[in-house]
Design a protein. Structure first.
Ligand SMILES: [Zn+2]
Length: 302
């Protein structure tokens, strides 16, 4: 039997990050939230669409039919693949083609992709900060002034699974890719149209303003945050929810062979690195972090 423990990791950073969202002027009782967090986690449904970490209100959200949360939903996995796995020349390819490949892989493997727009989506921006700002995400990941913070957080989340060689490999791939960032990301505005055409009804439309005041990283398999209810019970304060277990599951599904261990590790590394960089692009580093982990009762009792 296993139970769940929620740990408080303090603020994302004591440095100022480039993102706009701040919890500097709001009181967030993270320990209180941690003590009641389990009540806001529900079992994921395999047939439900993958969601973004975005904490905003989804009017169509059905708490009994929730998919896991990862940055930019399924298209976000495409960039992790490009940086961590792809053996092609990094100077070729586009985010659009990589997203197409990833969406098709999801569908072939029986995983439900997903993504979202928002109220303000237009011809220029799709409304998902992790897609609209993906060039910034990449730029922050390789920014020398942010790299210490970045590495510290990736290490904290991956623990014993942190591999320095993988970290440096993805960082290097990010640097090479950034040299042609505008070309690589040029078709990103069409990615959600692509997703809609490949997987009808997989794109949500989120409403209202960003009011994320806390970050929750979830390691407990097959569970996810009931984000609408969390926000409505916390005075409108939303949470960025990242289901890290999902990235590990995707890695196992995309690279199932025993000989693909390196690819699995590199994919998870790239996904976690991009998640931290996404938080750097969206927040000023002042949000507190909770980590939800499974605890093996037999181990803790003995
Ligand atoms: Zn998003």
């Amino acid at each position: 039997m296993s139970s769940v423990q929620t740990l408080h990791l303090g603020r994302l950073s004591d440095n100022k990050w480039p993102g706009k969202l701040s919890a500097e002027d709001i009181f967030v009782d993270a320990l209180q939230i941690a003590s009641q967090l389990d009540g806001y986690y529900v079992t994921t449904q395999p047939s439900a669409k993958t969601r973004c970490i975005d904490g905003r209100h989804d009017p169509a959200l059905d708490e009994n039919n929730l998919g896991p949360q990862v940055p930019a939903g399924a298209p976000g996995a495409a960039l992790a693949y490009r940086l961590g796995i792809d053996k092609d020349d990094l100077t070729r390819g586009t985010f659009y083609d990589d997203a197409l490949m990833m969406i098709e892989s999801y569908l072939r493997l029986g995983l439900m992709p997903g993504g979202h727009r928002d109220d303000d989506a237009d011809d220029v921006s799709v409304g998902c900060g992790a897609i609209d700002g993906v060039d910034n995400v990449l730029a922050h990941m390789i920014d020398p002034s942010l790299v210490e913070d970045h590495k510290r957080l990736v290490k904290t989340l991956l623990g014993d699974d942190f591999n320095r060689d993988h970290y440096l490999r993805v960082l290097g791939a990010g640097l090479v890719l950034s040299s042609r960032s505008s070309g690589y990301f040029s078709g990103r505005g069409e990615i959600l149209d692509l997703l809609e055409s490949k997987a009808p009804h997989s794109v949500s439309r989120l409403k209202g303003h960003h009011q994320e005041g806390i970050v929750i990283i979830n390691f407990v398999p097959d569970t996810t945050l009931a984000s609408n209810r969390f926000a409505s019970d916390h005075g409108g304060m939303q949470a960025f929810g990242y289901d890290l277990w999902r990235s590990k599951q995707i890695a196992r599904t995309l690279f199932p062979l025993p000989s693909q261990g390196l690819d699995r590790e590199r994919f998870v590394m790239a996904r976690v690195m991009l998640t931290i960089a996404t938080l750097m692009a969206l927040t000023d580093g002042s949000l507190q972090v909770l980590v939800r982990v499974p605890v093996d009762e037999e181990l803790t009792e003995s």
